[in-house]
Design a protein around this ligand. Structure first.
Ligand SMILES: O=C(O)CCC(=O)C(=O)O
Ligand SMILES: [Fe+2]
Length: 286
């Protein structure tokens, strides 16, 4: 899904992307302190996804900054902190509004998901992605991939891109291009939304391809529950004969698990999915 007329100024979107671009262009020594960071460190600069587990397989530079409840940000480039603070605040407001609308779309009061996930003390991350051009493009057998198929670990993600194609979304078994539209955001449902909605919303499988000739960039603002919240389906969405599709999980543990392992499509959700067929098989064979 995409949102337009969302109230986040286009200038602010561009300023955020420009600040990330400047950061990627800094000499390595100015980013070194963030380059050994682990998945739960508040600022992380790196290449690929998680080079500790997947080497340098993916053609991507990234910066990840925890932005709420407290903004963590590299000191350089100079303008980054101010832009990131405003961008985080504006996109967080929009993400919370979207969450209320999603809650209503499920037949729940607007504030139900926020209340269930303690979004009064929500967690937010900003991510800047840069995919340099790569001559071995997506049509080659061993062509470079920017980021492989995955769903996001949070509740909802807002994403915008520079004008270069590359984001794809899996729909009905096919990869569809999510064309960059100036000023708009793509809204991507994440794994916590799948859990809290008891599977009514699905964490969207997406990936990023690289371009042969042009650098691609994207900026992500991800909203999650409070890190200490235990995320479980809203009971109203699991009334009999529906069962619970997921068991509860602390968001911090889920995020750490997803971020510390190889990206494996939606594999992380299996950690918390109720495996009904196993129960049935066991009952039938006993
Ligand atoms: O660059 C893109 O379009 C996708 C980025 C993404 O999926 C992510 O950062 O989680
Ligand atoms: Fe993603």
């Amino acid at each position: 899904m995409k949102v337009t007329n969302h109230g986040v100024p286009e200038d602010l979107q561009s300023a955020m992307m420009d600040a990330c671009k400047e950061l990627f262009g800094l000499p390595p020594e100015q980013k070194a302190e963030f380059m050994d960071a682990g998945p739960m460190d508040p600022v992380r600069v790196g290449t690929g996804f998680n080079s500790a587990v997947d080497g340098a397989r993916y053609w991507r530079d990234y910066v990840k900054m925890f932005a709420h409840p407290e903004l963590h940000c590299p000191a350089k480039p100079d303008g980054l902190r101010g832009v990131a603070a405003e961008y985080a605040a504006r996109t967080r407001g929009l993400l919370l509004e979207l969450t209320a609308a999603i809650s209503e779309s499920l037949g729940l009061p607007a504030g139900r998901i926020a209340e269930r996930l303690d979004l009064g003390s929500c967690f937010q991350i900003l991510v800047g992605n840069h995919y340099p051009p790569c001559a071995a493009g997506p049509d080659d057998d061993d062509g470079a991939v920017g980021l492989p198929a995955h769903s996001d670990h949070g509740l909802l993600t807002l994403l915008f891109q520079n004008g270069v194609d590359g984001l794809q979304v899996k729909h009905d078994g096919r990869w569809l291009l999510a064309k960059p539209i100036p000023g708009s955001f793509f809204v991507i449902a994440g794994d916590q939304l799948e859990i809290v909605s008891n599977g009514r919303y699905k964490g969207v499988l997406h990936r990023a391809l690289v371009d042969r000739a042009q650098a691609r960039m994207s900026c992500v603002s991800l909203l999650g529950p409070c890190l200490d919240a235990v995320v479980k389906p809203v009971p109203e969405l699991a009334v009999p004969p529906l069962g619970l599709e997921f068991r509860g999980v602390k968001y911090r543990d889920y995020m750490e698990h997803q971020q510390s392992n190889k990206l494996n499509e939606k594999g992380a959700l299996d950690l918390v999915r109720v495996q009904r067929h196993i129960l049935t098989d066991t009952l039938c064979s006993s």
